[in-house]
Ligand binder design. Structure first.
Ligand code: TXA
Ligand code: MG
Length: 328
């Protein structure tokens, strides 16, 4: 597979019904023409993702919302007017331009306008919606560089648009606005507080409003066993893990590591600010997998701002894989 910044080449691949990986501000996406069932089918095949798991449709900033969704409530217009381009996906009733294959047969669709300039250039030149999940194999850690995509997908993708490292580093926040009240399906790159300032309090996903399929435990999981704990509990967690004779890493903000120099663990520093933690989290998990670490003890940040998404991903990385037959 080839890699570069050739938009014309990427568009040609999409028009042929092929797959193009592209950078967004959150993570890299594995894109196909959202209006074509045959193209979208390739995404599911390459990712190894169940067909019923809906994909997000990415749109150019100029796209007309009503081309892609129907019955759009005012609250959705108000929210996307502020949030787009940016790390927010809204769930609305599916419009006729979206292939049902894209939404796993659902009558709703996830829409988002990404902020990355290469993503926008691609979407403008293509002129349609691009269906794209994160460009990793099903159940694994999302890619935040073109190198990650190449390592995960190799020749299964026709072209990789290389936009460098993603700035946000965790996936978009998903808000369901298709059923009369605003429900937070997945915390992500746009903090809950910023969304609530526009739409009011968000309901949490529950039995009446099932979470997005990708939010099942053990999605976003590296090979290593991840144990997510409060920072104060890191030393005890390391001591417990050390009894098992395994290779241990501690993943925490640089400032926290300063006190843990004597722990029997490889100390992996993340930035002290939560935006930096989000940006570097997935690359850190990949690094530690590459080093062959068995157990990662990760310090949970406070659940405010981006800390909610970072904590969510750490807990999911720690989730029990064996309990989920689909390993999601
Ligand atoms: O930041 C992101 O959102 C990245 C970039 C590439 O845009 N994409 C991403 O896609 O994370 P993916 O497929 O890995 O996760 C999309 C999530 C899944 O959990 C899926 O179930 C949910 O969005 N989703 C998509 N459409 C939906 C719908 N109509 N109803 C409920 N959930 C939906
Ligand atoms: Mg994903």
């Amino acid at each position: 597979m080839e890699r570069g910044t050739d938009i014309a080449r990427a568009v040609a691949a999409l028009r042929r019904g092929g797959l193009v990986a592209f950078p967004t501000e959150t993570v890299y996406g594995l894109g196909a023409d959202a209006s074509r069932e045959d193209a979208v089918a390739k995404i599911f095949a390459v990712k190894g993702r169940p067909r019923a798991h809906p994909l997000i449709v990415h749109l150019a900033p100029e796209a007309v919302l009503d081309d892609w969704a129907i019955d759009v409530p005012d609250v959705a217009r108000k929210l996307v007017a502020v949030a787009w381009p940016g790390p927010l996906t809204v769930i609305l009733k599916r419009g006729p331009r979206v292939s049902p294959a894209t939404t796993g047969g659902a009558d709703t669709v996830g829409l988002r306008v990404p902020a990355h300039p290469l993503a926008q250039a691609l979407l403008r030149a293509f002129g349609g919606g691009i269906a794209a999940p994160s460009a990793n194999r099903f159940g694994g850690v999302s890619p935040t560089t073109a190198e990650h995509v190449a390592a995960d997908l190799g020749d299964d993708v026709d072209y990789i648009l290389d936009g460098g490292a993603c700035e946000v580093g965790v996936e978009s926040t998903i808000v369901d606005l298709s059923r009369g009240r605003a429900v937070l399906l997945r915390p992500g790159g746009m903090p809950r507080e910023a969304i609530e300032a526009i739409v009011g309090p968000l309901a949490n996903a529950d039995a009446a409003a099932p979470a997005a399929p990708g939010t099942l435990a053990s999605h976003y999981a590296p090979r290593a066993q991840v144990i997510a704990v409060d920072p104060a509990d890191v030393p005890a967690a390391v001591a417990t893990a050390a009894r098992g004779g395994v290779t241990i890493a501690v993943l925490a903000p640089r400032a926290a590591l300063a006190g843990w120099g004597t722990l029997p663990a490889r100390l992996y520093a993340l930035p002290d600010d939560v935006a930096g933690m989000a940006r570097e989290l997935y690359a850190a998990l990949r690094d530690l997998d590459a080093e062959g670490v068995d157990v990662v003890i990760a310090a949970l940040p406070p659940a405010v701002g981006l800390g909610e998404a970072v904590g969510d991903r750490l807990r999911r990385a720690a989730g029990p894989r064996e309990r989920d037959p689909e390993h999601e």
